[in-house]
Every structure is written in structure tokens, then in C-alpha cells.
Design a protein around this ligand. Sequence first.
Ligand code: TYD
Ligand code: MG
Length: 455
Amino acid sequence: MAKDGAAYICQSCGAVHAKWSGQCSACNAWNTLVEEVQSRPPGALAPARGAKARGLAFETLQSEHAQPPRMLTGVAEFDRVCGGGFAPGSAILLSGDPGVGKSTLLLQVCASAAARGARCAYISGEEAVEQVRGRAARMGLAQSPVKLAAETSLRDILDGLKREPFDLVVIDSIQTLWSDMHEAGPGSVTQVRAAAGELVRLAKRRGVTVILVGHVTKDGSIAGPRVIEHMVDAVFSFEGERGYPFRILRAAKNRFGAADEIGVFEMSDAGLREVVNPSALFLNDGGQRSAGAAVFAGVEGSRPVLVEFQALVAPSAYGTPRRAVVGWDSGRLAMVLAVLEARCGLGFGARDVYLNVAGGLRISEPAADLAAAAALASSALDTPLPQDCVVFGEISLSGDVRPVGRMEGRMKEAAKLGFGRALGPAAAMDNAPIPVTGVRRLAEAVERIGAAAWP
Ligand code: TYD
Ligand code: MG
């Protein structure tokens, strides 16, 4: 039995358990239960005897006050992901792996917003002021009027923020803060929740935009950002593949904008550079596409993005052939392979299959099915697709090719980048921006690829 007031809290999902066990029964993570002493915020759960409720004062949906204007930071890729700049008083969680560039991005956002007249504070619990200064100097931001502090005590931070008005406050990171109101150690679920709760309340009360940095952690030694996702208005993740300079800012939840928007950056010696035209970046340069390559006309958030799918189908040296995929869902690959086998007569049984999305982007749209299938078929049949062809369409288990959303936008982007034709669903597309080879069944597409028969 746990001690009085103590409980075992999963550091990954925040579920509370009465007993310790090796695996959290709520999120199935292993070794994440840590004993924490539960302290009750004064008066939160135990109202005084005889305390009277005050009733509810209902309001209407209309307001006499105009919505406060959004605050643009001037980092256009960031502003777009926010849904057109910050809504004052909002709380944002920015999560990402250690080293992906969260501190770099936020320092840049602060400096850019400060240059437009916003009062910005950057509070680091991980680095000393000198270290942040050093980074700012490297990024050419040393003259920026951003106010810096290195502090981990929640009490001191809240007090400091009450003394001075700010428009934007960055807390880097939420896992380093600790409050003396709670006995649990820094980085524990109890501490992270308490600190996030206080900071979100401060944001709402004083109209400050607060950005909390949260490290994604693989083990349960410190609480993951998931435990505070429901408290904040927006959750952004900053992602990047190791070995690629590209970084993607993705909105996973946003109360003030679209939730699937992305911003694209490139890490350079002097900080992050905004990538205005991501298609040019994700396409394998040189223009020469060999067998096994297919350009997918995708849509990420509000923007069409072209990316290259690369497949290699090769005889397997082992009893169990390999299936490896980077940048796409492995379950989806298994499905497309099964449809290619069952409906199109292509055999992958004794062959290794590798599928890669070029440039380090992760694709999750079902519209990419046909592009992946085209790349796989092209490699299996050793016939390249036409150089100027983009591909899009969803594949069903019966082998049908289904229409997808925003077909015109996809083709417009392709036309802009010099592509002259598309392979896609045979849905009615009058006046398409580029000629479409429409297919109803995946088998038709495979036949065309094998025969290299293109109009
Ligand atoms: P950082 O912002 O410290 O990551 P996080 O806060 O997410 O842990 O960035 C760390 C990496 O970025 C580090 O490996 C060095 C690299 N970097 C550059 O390549 N160029 C730069 O201008 C800066 C500031 C960092
Ligand atoms: Mg950092």
C-alpha cells in the first residue's frame, strides 16, 4: 500500500495508481510509475464545512468587446502554424526531442516579436544566461531587447512576471520548474502539472501569451509533455530527422487555428531559416528520376507540398524478407503491398522492400497510397515513371483508386514546379491544371507503369 497521501503516477500519461507495477495500465508504457506525494492545493478539493456556492452567472455568445487583435511575431512560418499570430492570453506547448532546435526557434521568435514592439521574456531553466547570450550572438540577435532570465523556481518566476507587463513569455522548459508547494521532485508529473497550471492561469488573467517548452522523453524519469496537453490552448511539435537540416513545426491541437498546419524551417549555422517553398526542398534535386521513384502531390495543412517516394524491391537473401519504411506508416505499406499482390499480380514474397520519403518529411495522408504503390511497382517492374509526372490517390483493399481532397490545389502546385501530368483517380476533373491519367483500379496504374504507356 502507498503511504498516506502518496500515489504512483505514470510519468508518461499522468494516470494515478494506488499500487506500483512495471507497466502503466492506462498507456501501456513500461517503468514509468513513480511514487509521488500528493499535495492538495489549498482549498481545492476540501471546501470548508458549510461553505456556500455562489451559483453561475450565465453569459451570451455575443460580446460587446471586439476580439483582441492577433500578435504577429514576424516569423511567417510560425505565425501560420499559430493560425495567424498569437491570440493574447493563450498558452502554447512546444514539444520535441532534445536537440531538435526548440530553444533556437523560440529565441528567434522572441527576437522577431520584440523587434515589432512586443515585450518578450525568455526564461531558461536549462541554460545559464551566458549560454543563451552566446546562442543569440551566433544568431546575430545580440542587440534584441528580449529580457532574459535563468530561473527554475516557479514562485520567483510568477512573482517576476507579476511585477512587469509582458506580451510573450517563453518558459524553457516546463520540466525544469519546481514549486515549493509540492514535495515531488522537479520534472515529476505533480510538479509539471502544478507549474503548467499556474502559468496557464497567469496567461489567462494577464493576457500574456505563454509558450512552454516540453521535452519528449523516452523513459519515465521525467514527465512527458503529454500530461499537460489538455491544459494548454495549442500543442505544437517540432520535428526533424537526424541527418537532415529540415525541421517541421506541426500543430497537433490549436484552439485558435487549423490543427494540421505545418511550418518548415532549415537549421543553419545562424539559427533556423524559414523555408517558403517546401516542395522544391523535398524533391530530389536534379530532376532525373529512376525506377522506384514517384513524386507525390501532397497537402500539409493549408499548403500543397510535393515529395518524392523512393522504393527499392530487391531479392531477399534471408528466409524472412525485410520491410523497412522511413517517413510513412509501416502498416500502410503492408496494406499497399498486399493489394499489389492480391489485385495486381505483383509478388513481393521473396523480396526485400524498402520505402523512403525523401527529405525527412513524415507523410500521413491516405492520398499518398497511390504514390507509394507507383514507386513500389516502378521498382518491381524496373520501369521509371515519366519524369514530369505527379501521383496522388487513395487505395482501397479491393484495389480501387479513390478520389482525395484538394485535387486541383495539388495539381496547381505541380504545374508551378514544372510537372506536366498527373496519375490519379479517374474522378471527373474538368479543366484540371495539368493533364490527368485517371485510373479506377490500381491494376490499371500498374499496367501503365509496366508498359510505360503514357498518353
Ligand atoms: P537547441 O535549440 O538547443 O535544441 P533544443 O532546445 O530543442 O534542445 O538546438 C540544438 C541544436 O541545434 C544543436 O545541436 C546545435 C544546432 N544549432 C545549429 O545548428 N545552428 C544554430 O544556429 C543553433 C543556435 C543551433
Ligand atoms: Mg533547449
